[in-house]
Design a protein around this ligand. Structure first.
Ligand SMILES: [Zn+2]
Length: 171
């Protein structure tokens, strides 16, 4: 009788663990959702998959990095505006673009204070500063402090996170 009781007890404990794991997952998802809704443009993963190409999704939503010297814009010297491939937020202009030699489009400034936000990124055993679109939260690249004057910044951005509007002036 005692052993039957302990079996029942273990089942309750196991079931208890199961449900608490689910609760944790639920909490985590809620937190992530809260974070996402902080951005003006807020879509589910499924909606992003429908609107972005595979490459854009990999960069913007999965924080991927395109291989150096393979992107569309690292060597683009045309005059124009670079907007977010996810939400068309105005990000960078050719006036602040420079050839960093890294194989990624590089800029020493954004077009406005509302273009991007930065976050600490300690992944891959490196201390870097991630750059995300201020409007949709999409991952754009990283910013480093070895850029040219006057800012001394180098925004190192994935081409796949950008769209280019040729001859468009700065907003
Ligand atoms: Zn965006």
């Amino acid at each position: 009788m005692k052993s039957v009781f302990s079996v029942i007890l273990s089942i309750i404990v196991i079931a208890g663990c199961g449900s608490s794991t689910m609760d944790n997952k639920g909490d985590k998802m809620n937190r992530e959702n809260t974070k996402e809704t902080a951005f003006e443009v807020n879509k589910t993963e499924e909606e992003w998959r429908e609107t972005l190409t595979l490459e854009q999704f990999y960069i913007l939503r999965e924080k991927g990095t395109e291989r150096a010297f393979t992107g569309k814009y690292y060597d683009n010297k045309k005059k124009g505006l670079y907007i977010c491939a996810g939400c068309e937020n105005e990000l960078f202009h050719s006036a602040e673009k420079f050839d960093s030699g890294t194989g990624w489009p590089s800029y020493w400034d954004t077009v406005s204070e509302n273009s991007v936000i930065t976050k600490p990124d300690n992944s891959l055993f490196m201390r870097r500063t991630e750059v995300v679109c201020a409007r949709c939260g999409g991952h754009l690249g990283h910013v480093f402090e070895d850029g040219p004057k006057p800012t001394g910044l180098r925004y190192c951005i994935n081409s796949a996170a950008l769209k280019f509007e040729e001859n468009k002036e700065k907003p």
